[in-house]
Design a protein around this ligand. Structure first.
Ligand code: DOR
Length: 426
C-alpha cells in the first residue's frame, strides 16, 4: 500500500449521504472492510457532513502508458491521478511498448500497481499480437494472468474474421472483447470530425460512418455468435441507434462513452485546439445529444475516461501531427455530475452505476457496494462545492485536457481502497 497516507484500522465516517440511496448514514470501516459496528473506538473519525459517499469508481478504459511510454504516464502517476478522481480500479489498455499481448506484461502491470498502492489496475490484453490485427494473441494465458478483457484499442481490428475468432476464444475464458470501432478505409488520414468545421478549417475529416459501420459489423458478429461484445467510446448518434436496436434484438452488446462526447462538440477544435483532438473525434451537437439520450435510456451502459496522456510536445505542434487523446481520470466524475446529474439529465444513482456496477459486470468482478462485509472501496465527493479545474495541479504526468479552467462540481475529497486512503484533499 502507498506510504503517502497513514493507515487507520478503525475508521468512522459520520453523517455522510449514501450516493446510491440518498440516505444519511454513518460508514464504519475495520480491517479494510465495511462493518456494521466497529469492535472498538475508531482510530479516525471523518466528519462526512455535506459529503456524499460513492462506492469506489471503476474506470473501464484508460491508457496508463506503462510499460514503454513512461514519459507520458506510468502506473504510479496514473493510479495516483485515478485515486484523485475517485477510482479504486482502472482498466488499462494494451497499447504500450511492448504491447500487452502476453502474460508477463499483464503480471507486470498488476504487480506494479499493487506495489504503488493507489488504485487497482485491471489490465486489458491485446486481441492480436502486437496489435497488428493479424494473429490472435495468447488470450488464455493473459486471462489466467489477470487480464480482465481484450481489445486492440487505439486501433480497430479490421478483419471481421479475427473479431469473430477473438470473441469466441475470449468467451472460453469468460472474457469480453472491447471493440475500438473505426473503419480505416473511411477514417484514415482524417484528424477531426468530417463536417462543417473540418471544411472550414481545411482539415481532413473522419466521417461518422467510419465508426457506425464497424459498430454495426461487430454487434452483428456478436449476434451471430450469440456471445457478448463491448463497444468502446461511442461518439455518434447512429452508433447509439445501432446499439439500441441490437439490444432490442437481444444481442449481448454493452457500450461505453466518455465525458468529452457528452460535454463537447467539434466546435472545441476551432482555433486548432489540439487539446480537443481525440479519436473518435468530437462530433456534432446532434451526436452529443444522442449520446446523452443513450446514457439515459440505458443503451450506453457505462461512462469511462479514455484517459490518454501525451507529452506536451505531442500536443503543442501542428494540428494534423498532434496525438489523439485527452487525460480524464480526475475530471470524469465531476463532468458526469456537473453536465448530467446537476442538470437533471441523469440521476445520481444511474451515474454511479454506470461507473461501478456496469464496469464490474463487464469484467465479471464483484459489484462495489457500501455494505457491511464488502471491501472498503469508496470515494467521498463534495457535490455542493464548485472548483475550477486547474490541470497544473494534476497528479498525472500529462497536461493534455480541454477542461482546465472549467468550473465543476463533485470533486472527490477522499478516496479509500480496501480501507487505505489513496487520495485526500488537504
Ligand atoms: O484519442 C485516443 N487516444 N483514442 C484512442 O483510441 C487511443 C488513445 C491513445 O492511446 O492515445
Amino acid at each position: 500500500m502507498n506510504n503517502e497516507y497513514p493507515f487507520y484500522n478503525r475508521v468512522l465516517i459520520k453523517e455522510v449521504i449514501n450516493g446510491l440511496t440518498g440516505e444519511l448514514t454513518d460508514l464504519a470501516v475495520e480491517d479494510g472492510v465495511f462493518v456494521a459496528e466497529l469492535t472498538g473506538e475508531p482510530d479516525r473519525v471523518i466528519e462526512g457532513a455535506g459529503l456524499t459517499a460513492l462506492p469506489g469508481l471503476i474506470d473501464a478504459h484508460a491508457h496508463l502508458r506503462d510499460p514503454g511510454f513512461e514519459y507520458r504516464e506510468d502506473i504510479v502517476s496514473g493510479t495516483r491521478a485515478a485515486a484523485r478522481g475517485g477510482f479504486t480500479a482502472v482498466a488499462a489498455m494494451p497499447n504500450t511498448i511492448p504491447v500487452a499481448d502476453s502474460a508477463p506484461v499483464i503480471r507486470y502491470m498488476i504487480e506494479k500497481a499493487g506495489q504503488a498502492g493507489y488504485c487497482r489496475v485491471l489490465p486489458i490484453g491485446a486481441v492480436t499480437k502486437g496489435q497488428k490485427g493479424e494473429e490472435i494473441a495468447e488470450i488464455g494465458f493473459m486471462a489466467e494472468a489477470g487480464a480482465v478483457a481484450f481489445s486492440d484499442d487505439g486501433k480497430p481490428v479490421s478483419a471481421a474474421g479475427i473479431v469473430r475468432t477473438a470473441i469466441e476464444y475470449a468467451s472460453y475464458f469468460d472474457r469480453v472483447v472491447i471493440s475500438h470501432c473505426e473503419d480505416l478505409s473511411l477514417a484514415a488520414g482524417g484528424v477531426i470530425n468530417e463536417g462543417i468545421v473540418s471544411t472550414e478549417m481545411g482539415l481532413r475529416g473522419i466521417p461518422s460512418i467510419a465508426e457506425d459501420i464497424q459498430i454495426d459489423r461487430d454487434t452483428r458478429i456478436a449476434e451471430y455468435s450469440g456471445l457478448p461484445v463491448h463497444i468502446a467510446h461511442v461518439s455518434t448518434a447512429n452508433g447509439v441507434e445501432i446499439i439500441r436496436q441490437a439490444k432490442a434484438r437481444g444481442v449481448k452488446v454493452t457500450a461505453e462513452t466518455c465525458p468529452h462526447y457528452f460535454t463537447l462538440t467539434e466546435e472545441a477544435v476551432r482555433g486548432f485546439h489540439t487539446m480537443a483532438k481525440v479519436n473518435p473525434p468530437l462530433r456534432e451537437e446532434s451526436d452529443r445529444l444522442a449520446v446523452i439520450e443513450g446514457l439515459r435510456d440505458g443503451t450506453l451502459d457505462m461512462i469511462v475516461t479514455d484517459h490518454a496522456p501525451h507529452h506536451e510536445d505531442e500536443k503543442d505542434c501542428e494540428f494534423s501531427l498532434a496525438n489523439n487523446g485527452m487525460i480524464g481520470l480526475e475530471t470524469c466524475f465531476p463532468l458526469v455530475y456537473t453536465v448530467l446529474v446537476k442538470t437533471g439529465l441523469l440521476s445520481l444513482r444511474d451515474a454511479i452505476l454506470k461507473m461501478t456496477e456496469a464496469p464490474a459486470r463487464l469484467f465479471r468482478l464483484p459489484v462495489p457496494a457500501l455494505a457491511a462485509g464488502e471491501p472498503a472501496d469508496l470515494t467521498l465527493v463534495d457535490l455542493g462545492r464548485e472548483i475550477v479545474y486547474d490541470v497544473s495541479e494534476s497528479l498525472s504526468k500529462a497536461r493534455n485536457t480541454p477542461f482546465s479552467g472549467m468550473a465543476l462540481y463533485g470533486f472527490p475529497v477522499l478516496t479509500m481502497m480496501a480501507g487505505h486512503t489513496t487520495w485526500e484533499q488537504v
